[in-house]
Every structure is written in C-alpha cells, then in structure tokens.
Design a binder for this molecule. Structure first.
Ligand code: AMP
Ligand code: MG
Length: 399
C-alpha cells in the first residue's frame, strides 16, 4: 500500500468507472429520493388560469373606489357563468378563476358587503391579488432537470405540473457481504472471541437511503470457499460492498478472492483516517468496494465513496459527498500523511456552526461515533488546527 491515493483522487477514480443505469417511469408516490433521468416537463401552465390569491371580490381596478353590485359567487373549481361587466363585482374564493373582464381582487377584509352590493373604500391596482396564468411555470418547461434527486417539494412540484410518472434511473441492486469468522448476529449467544456483527445493518440502511435495492445480506467466515461463493453471487449485482478482510493479515481474503473471480482492482489504500485499507475494483459494470471491518472505518468509507458512487449510478448531477463549512471549537491534531475524518458534535452559534470532536476517535468505537452528528475533515499536515479554524464537515445522523 505504498502510494496511497488522496481522497479526491480515489473518488475521481471511482466516479470515472460508473456507468449510469437505464431509466424507467416511476409512479410519483414512489419517486421520493429517486434521481430524474430526463427533464420532467410541465404538462400544464401553473397557475392554469388567472386565479385569486384571496377570498374577496373580483372587479375592475378602474371601478374602485365605489359600490358595485355582486353579480355572482365563484368557488374554487367552479368558474363564473359569464364575464364580468363594467361596474360589477363577483365574490371569489382563494384559488377561484378570476372572471374575464376582472383585473383585480380586493380582499374581503377591505370591503363592506350589504344588500347585494360591495363597497370598496380605497382604489385598488390592476393585478392586485390575481395570480397570473403561468406565473410559476409554463406548460412544456422543465419542472425539475435530469440529475435532480426528487425531494418532497419536488414531488409536489411534479404533481402540480401533472407529471404522473417521472423517468428515473432504476434503483441499483447492491449486495452486501460482511466477512469475519468472529461475527455473530445480535441476539445470538457469543462464544469466546466472538463479537456482534454491526456493519451489515449500517450499510444496508445507509445504501438503502441512497436509493439502493439492498439484496439479502450475507455474512461469511474467513475461509476461501465461503468467500468465493458469496462474492460470486454479489458480483451479479450492480454494486458489491464487502466489509472486513481487506487488510494485510493472513485471514484477509477479500481482495485475493475478488481477483480470482475476475474483478480488476482499481486501487487499494486511501490516505485517510479512519478507513485507509479501502479497496475498489470493477468487474464488467459491477462496482466493488472493499470496506475495512472496523465499524467506523466502514461508515466513513461508505459515506465518502460508496454513497457517491450509488448516486452517480443513478445519474445524480451532484453525487457528493456534500460538505458544509464550520468552525473548530477545540484544536484538532493533524495527521502528517492522511486526511482525518473526526467524529464531532455540532452547535449553532452567531459565528456559524461550531464543531467539537468527541472523545474516542478510534475506528472500533462505533458507540462513540453514533453520538456524533458531524464528520469533520482535518486535512493532513503538521501540528494542529487551532480553535476557530474554518473546516469542512459532513453532516451525520440521518439516513
Ligand atoms: P478486518 O478489517 O476484517 O481486519 O476487521 C477489523 C476489525 O473490525 C476487527 O476487530 C473485526 O472483528 C471488526 N469487524 C470486522 N467486520 C465487522 C462487522 N461486520 N461488524 C463488526 N465488527 C467487524
Ligand atoms: Mg476480518
């Protein structure tokens, strides 16, 4: 592992191997979190017609101030039976179609209605409280562009614009294989030397939230036959993610087995902490990540490389990882050769987001890491970053 790649170079090498998956029409209700493969075009103008922004009276601005007969009542969804004539008013509900001939709506709070007339004390301006046709978007224009991940607000935008089946990349199928003879499922009894397996559930949740269809997980002992069988199955997926067994010990069998199965290793070893012995290989279009077994190393490797690769597979225009900027609240020691990703707590202050690395930064300390809500990037270098340094951080905690 002589020439470690920088995190940036490693990510670039991953992304250049990604072949985006084909698209499929997706029912809108299932499109949250999916990535649009094509621009989604509005099927209607929005608003579809000049509509009232208020409960009030539709009239002509030129007829105000004045007292006008109320000649019709317009509810949302039920347009007026005829155009409005000079000197008339029509009661109108929010969202009602402003009748032809009217050019303004005066809110109910600003008028007095009695005996079939409405008195408007002040003059109003043309266009007041009228939402013009097409003010949000015109029919045929893109509501969301290709490469966008559909957020809840995006779903509503697509629905409003009449897009029932946006075209999204198919969800990548991801196989997860955890390795280690010592691993047992939580709930099972533990013999001497055994521990509970934790990376599988973590990776499944993380990758599922990034759009993957996670295949049934496999956990294998450190023997060649079990590795071969599970990795062979995993290589059928769009992406195979393994944990453990990528270091230099005699029981670390993942890389050799992958090679034997025809995977080409693109790199092994990234100048980062935790997670240095991460490996990346390809076989055909299948992307293969070998994450180190220590749970925090697996988490960091998955966030920095696997999730961006998953998003890129789905055609995301900004696959991430997306860092934000904050301020160190305590000094942070730098590693001379590797970028450090320290688990930290964030706090809002007038100066911005303060980041306080937690106690317990070792890569096996997943319980400590679970209390963090930020991963602070401490670039490699000499000495320490003083309090107040501007740093990048990756928000943690939500899937
Ligand atoms: P390895 O990368 O296989 O050398 O594993 C490094 C450390 O992480 C060892 O202490 C393993 O027991 C532990 N480990 C490996 N895989 C897992 C896992 N899936 N869940 C929890 N701990 C693991
Ligand atoms: Mg192991």
């Amino acid at each position: 592992m002589a020439g470690l790649l920088t995190v940036e170079d490693a990510l670039a090498r991953v992304l250049e191997r990604v072949r985006p998956l084909p698209a499929e029409p997706v029912p809108l209700a299932d499109a949250a979190g999916r990535v649009l493969a094509e621009d989604a075009l509005a099927t209607v103008d929005l608003p579809r017609f000049p509509s009232s922004a208020m409960d009030g009276f539709a009239l002509r601005a030129a007829d105000t101030p004045g007292t006008l007969p109320v000649v019709a009542r317009i509810a949302a969804g039920i347009p007026a039976p005829r155009a409005l004539a000079v000197g008339e008013a029509m009661a109108i509900a929010t969202g009602g179609v402003v009748p032809e001939g009217a050019d303004a709506v005066v809110p109910i709070e600003h008028v007095r209605e009695e005996d079939g007339t409405v008195s408007v004390p002040d003059s109003v301006s043309e266009g007041d409280n009228v939402r013009p046709l097409g003010g949000d978007i015109r029919s045929g224009a893109p509501v969301l562009i290709a490469g966008t991940t559909v957020a809840p607000s995006g779903l509503a935008a697509l629905a409003s614009a009449g897009v029932a089946h946006p075209h999204c990349a198919v969800r990548p199928r991801v196989a997860i294989v955890t390795t280690g003879t010592e691993l047992r499922r939580p709930g099972e009894p533990l013999a001497a030397g055994e521990i509970y397996e934790s990376n599988g559930v973590m990776l499944a949740a993380l990758l599922g939230s990034a759009g993957a269809v996670v295949l049934p997980r496999e956990s294998v002992a450190d023997d060649e036959a079990s590795h071969r069988a599970a990795l062979l199955r995993g290589l059928e997926a769009d992406m195979l993610v393994t944990s453990g067994g990528v270091s230099v010990g005699p029981h670390d069998l993942v890389r050799a087995t992958l090679e034997e199965l025809g995977a080409d290793e693109v790199f092994w070893g990234v100048a980062m902490r935790p997670g240095k012995p991460l490996s990346f290989a390809v076989r055909g279009d299948t992307l293969v990540f070998g994450l180190p077994g220590n749970p925090v190393s697996s988490l960091v490797g998955a966030l920095l490389f696997v999730v961006p690769a998953l998003r890129a597979l789905q055609g995301a225009s900004a696959p991430g990882p997306r860092f934000e900027t904050g301020i160190l609240a305590t000094p942070a020691r730098r590693h001379p050769g590797r970028d450090d990703y320290q688990r930290a707590r964030r706090e809002q202050s007038d100066a911005g987001t303060l980041l306080r690395p937690i106690e317990g930064q070792e890569s096996h300390m997943i319980v400590r890491a679970a209390a963090a809500d930020a991963l602070v990037h401490v670039p490699r270098g000499e000495g320490e970053l003083p309090v107040g340094s501007a740093v990048r951080y990756f928000p943690l905690g939500s899937v």
